[in-house]
Design a protein around this ligand. Structure first.
Ligand SMILES: Cc1cc2nc3c(=O)[nH]c(=O)nc-3n(C[C@H](O)[C@H](O)[C@H](O)COP(=O)(O)OP(=O)(O)OC[C@H]3O[C@@H](n4cnc5c(N)ncnc54)[C@H](O)[C@@H]3O)c2cc1C
Length: 504
């Protein structure tokens, strides 16, 4: 690992070449604050030995040709390239593990075309979803990718992670919503990745379909420089209902009932367990505290035309109460659903072992799991965190939640996440190693129950990256062959996802 802070692997000669490509000094930034700023992440979670992960220089390209020329240069000099969008990825995918050139795509934030007839929008990777939808709403349409990080993540990063949308049960997730892309390959060629040859076609059977390969690769296979995305009608109305339970299993059963109900307007179902409720009750200012008797909450949302949503909402109310759920009222339901993007902006209070409030950072582990195994995995995950919490005293269990999958098959697998508070000031090498092994144990449980290490955040760094070969099993040699073929010099985001094994 590169150990020395501020030691540059990009010399003056390379910097001159970069300036010649970009032609604008303000967009070539080797200064310390630009490098430090872009190796940090906005959510307050720990970057252990932060200065080891600074890039050597930050580039802010405006065109695919500039990106391509920078990547070609990186290949000539064997310099790592790390793409970065909003920097909100929760697995440090955009944090350089080997320094090198960071390509920050924020200035590629244009809307190139809105096609209201064939219902697509073509954008640069630097556009933010909130901004994009502010513009699209004027035309009665939206791009419905809706992560909790909606106000701060960018289209390029969503494609890089292959994200999971809170409204996925209705509209699908990032990979369902990206129709085609322009990508700069690791050797610098600019290619169109689409269904067949059509930029706006959703389905083709001509040749191999590459779109999935270029979604969720965490910047290891190329850099998206433009994307054509799905447009859906702006929902005329939305309905949210929150139900409280005195028992997790009743809430879990209710989630099963709701997700199997077959209502097409169902946009999402979320299950909060009792650790999560306890955390929200004590510390989340966006949440309306619930009495101690509340041990789990189920949130359900529907989107669509009023003439569909209104009758469907009556059925949702019936189903939500069918296993003893208590409706939390219109104010909590509408208010809490509306605050789904704001939740993490509140100050993060943890508790030490004596119950004293301390400022902690937020870290979360996600997995893709089938509905049938959620209760068992929940028990094992909490037991793991409790063990580390007891032994090291710097971790705090902030509970679990599960989101439905989709589109139109919300009963199947779930994004499941456990949030852990980490007392960052007390994080040293020993406790960092403990956290990495805690992460690994959590990921191993997911694999043991037939799940996947991650549903949307990515398995990029230590703790879960080393389990990628195990999860992919017999397909792992194929993945390594693809990486080697596309990136012969291993310049694209090296060190991530155990892909360095492709070069051994
Ligand atoms: C508060 C909060 C809530 C969140 N909630 C959710 C949620 O509900 N659902 C969910 O799926 N995720 C969620 N996330 C995590 C999620 O991974 C990111 O928010 C998002 O997908 C990453 O977007 P970004 O623009 O910040 O990308 P970055 O973090 O900058 O990059 C993410 C990855 O993509 C790569 N990348 C960036 N740009 C490109 C490009 N142009 N071409 C190729 N690769 C690129 C990077 O190298 C990196 O590996 C949440 C994060 C936060 C902080």
């Amino acid at each position: 690992m590169r150990g020395v802070a501020f030691k540059s692997a990009v010399d003056d000669h390379v910097l001159d070449e970069l300036r010649a490509i970009i032609g604008d000094d303000a967009r070539v930034r080797p200064d310390q604050s630009s490098r430090a700023f872009r190796s940090r992440v906005p959510a307050p979670f720990p970057v252990h030995r932060w200065a080891d992960h600074f890039p050597d220089v930050v580039i802010l390209p405006k065109t695919a040709v500039e990106v391509s020329e920078v990547v070609k240069l990186a290949n000539r000099h064997r310099i790592p390239i790390v793409p970065r969008a909003g920097g909100t990825g929760l697995s440090d995918g955009a944090v350089p593990l080997r320094g090198g050139i960071m390509i920050d795509c924020k200035l590629m934030n244009q809307i190139h075309e809105i096609d209201l007839v064939d219902r697509t929008v073509t954008v640069g990777p630097g556009i933010n979803m909130l901004k994009l939808n502010e513009e699209l709403r004027k035309y009665g349409v939206i791009y419905p990718d809706d992560p909790a990080s909606y106000p701060c993540s960018l289209v390029g990063g969503r494609i890089g992670t292959g994200g999971w949308s809170l409204l996925g049960a209705r509209y699908g997730h990032t990979r369902d919503l990206v129709i085609s892309m322009e990508v700069v390959l690791p050797t610098g060629e600019i290619v169109e990745i689409s269904e067949g040859g059509g930029r706006k076609l959703r389905k083709s059977s001509t040749g191999l379909t590459l779109k999935q390969l270029f979604t969720g690769h965490q910047g290891t296979l190329g850099i998206t420089t433009q994307a054509t995305l799905e447009l859906v009608p702006r929902p005329e109305t939305e309905f949210a209902a929150f139900f409280a339970f005195d028992d997790y299993m009743k809430a879990y059963e209710t989630v099963g009932v709701l997700t199997r109900c077959g209502l097409a307007t169902l946009a999402g179902v979320v299950l909060f367990d009792e650790w999560k409720i306890a955390y929200l009750r004590r510390d989340d200012e966006a949440y309306i505290p619930q009495p101690e008797s509340v041990k789990a909450v189920v949130a359900v949302a529907m989107y669509g035309r009023r003439l569909e949503v209104e009758p469907a909402s009556r059925e949702i109310m019936r189903l939500g109460r069918s296993r003893g759920g208590r409706y939390l009222g219109d104010e909590i339901s509408a208010g809490d659903w509306a605050s789904r993007h704001d939740r993490y902006a509140t100050p993060l209070h943890g508790r030490d072992l004596d119950g004293q409030a301390v400022i902690m950072s937020w870290h979360c582990e996600d997995a893709a799991l089938n509905y049938s195994v959620l209760p068992q995995v929940r028990e094992e995950w909490h037991a793991i965190v409790a063990r580390y919490r007891e032994r090291y005293g710097i971790f705090d269990d902030w509970g679990m939640f599960a989101y439905t999958s989709g589109p139109h098959k919300p009963w199947a697998d779930y994004l499941v996440e456990i949030d852990v508070g980490i007392w960052e000031q007390k994080l040293d090498d020993e406790t960092w190693a403990a956290w990495v092994s805690c992460k690994r144990e959590i990921a191993e449980v997911s694999l043991r129950y037939g799940g996947s290490i991650t549903a949307c955040h990515g398995a990029t760094r230590e703790g879960d990256a080393e389990l990628v070969p195990q999860e992919l099993g017999s397909a792992w040699p194929v993945v390594k062959a693809i990486k080697r073929a596309l990136d012969p010099n291993n310049v694209m985001n090296p060190g991530k996802q155990s892909l360095d094994e492709a070069y051994e």
